[in-house]
Ligand binder design. Sequence first.
Ligand SMILES: N[C@@H](CCC(=O)N[C@@H](CS)C(=O)NCC(=O)O)C(=O)O
Length: 204
Amino acid sequence: MAKKLHYFDFNGLAESVRYLLHYGKTKFEDVRYDYNSWPVKEVKEALPFGQLPLYEEGNKKLNQSLAIARYVAYQVKLLPSDPWEQAVLDAIVFNIYDFWGRVLAYIKEQDQVKKATLKKEILEESVVYFFSRFEQALKDNNGYFGGKLSWADFILLGIVESANLFLGEQIERDYPQVQALLEKIRNLQGVKQYIAGRKEYKLA
Ligand SMILES: N[C@@H](CCC(=O)N[C@@H](CS)C(=O)NCC(=O)O)C(=O)O
């Protein structure tokens, strides 16, 4: 069944899904839209909730990045079968997205003074708050959120790289466990080859 992932031509909310698909050596069409030409009326209007990412399998359509990532993780065997373990990882990915919410507020802010304040708050407060906790969780669990590789680890990679792109920072700099995990994922077969052939993301 033909698989397609639709998103913009940057990392954002879809890169973790791209990583998961490549990790699983999944054949899929990586459909990318130019954000500067968005919205493309007929594309946006055809989306179930008007936003990207969208994942397609044959004639089935799925929106919401975490629903897509979780589904793909199941396919590539990065979702544990135990319901409690699943829930613990779900909580982790929602925590990662709570952090992303702060970055999103920064991205959306148009007033340059307010934007600078938000950036300072993210770097001095949000990163410290969330990443000290991620660091501890990794330390307590063998370097992975779930004791072994899982989709939550991929979500962290996607969000850290997106946050770094938009903030122009390296937010994981002071967190060695986080850094080590991200490097491990980048070096996985499938992911490594994808990164090697991927163009560098830049904000226009
Ligand atoms: N909660 C949704 C958020 C989706 C979302 O905000 N998508 C943005 C890009 S990251 C988008 O499609 N923006 C263009 C638009 O709204 O027209 C998810 O996780 O997939």
